[in-house]
Design a protein around this ligand. Structure first.
Ligand code: GRF
Length: 209
């Protein structure tokens, strides 16, 4: 079983897709140990509660210094001890100590085909505004491991989505979410769960020899 923690800040449609995939059996051997938000008003927390998933809010506003918030987030994660941390629309910069503590165990979904329209300042609708301004005919989404850079970690999965005549940042964002993000985020988590299961099986066979 791959125990995941999902970090969110907003609406949580990507979280919903993970929940749906688990509940209808498209995703196997994955469980959500906790959903953590930096923002008390995030609708993502309601989505988790509706499905009986433990939730937590840890807000930087409750701490005098950002380093204290970072330490509190890290302490909570260490307590839960997840196999994988999934950033699903988490808008805060990940503390470098978290990357050190969870190497290759944090993944993020970004709404473009990296290396296009990514890095500092490319979040939310800004990504799609930039894609439309450049006139690309194809955009999409990327799931990648998180390293200390912004959107620079190893790519796990990507899916392309057509840009249509007359698209606005909003219509493009919606199509990319529906056709790419909600598909490849669960797929990437399943891939990691399958890899973990295969590694555990190989270790068992090695022991039995
Ligand atoms: C998604 O577009 C994701 O790619 C981005 O933030 C948005 C989150 O949406 N990083 P939601 O909260 O999952 O609905």
């Amino acid at each position: 079983m791959l125990r995941i923690v999902v970090l969110v800040s907003g609406g949580g449609t990507n979280l919903q897709s993970i929940i749906d995939h688990i509940e209808d059996g498209r995703m196997k051997n994955v469980s959500i140990a906790c959903v953590i938000s930096n923002n008390e008003g995030a609708y993502a927390l309601e989505r988790a509660k509706k499905h009986g998933i433990p939730t937590l809010c840890i807000s930087p506003k409750s701490f005098e210094q950002r380093s204290d918030f970072n330490a509190a987030l890290l302490a909570k994660l260490d307590e839960i001890h997840p196999d994988l941390i999934v950033l699903a629309g988490f808008l805060l910069v990940i503390p470098p100590e978290m990357v050190d503590r969870y190497p290759n165990r944090i993944i993020n979904i970004h709404p473009s085909l990296i290396p296009s329209f990514c890095g500092t300042g490319y979040y939310g609708l800004k990504v799609h505004e930039a894609a439309l301004a450049r006139g690309v005919k194809v955009s999409g989404a990327t799931v990648h491991y998180v390293d200390k850079g912004t959107d620079t970690g190893p790519i796990i999965l990507q899916k392309a989505v057509e840009v249509k005549e007359g698209d606005t940042p909003e219509t493009l964002q919606k199509r990319i979410m529906e056709q790419a993000e909600w598909v490849i985020l669960p797929e990437a988590i399943q891939k990691i769960a399958d890899e973990k299961a295969a590694a555990e099986k190989a270790a068992r066979q090695e022991e039995e020899r």
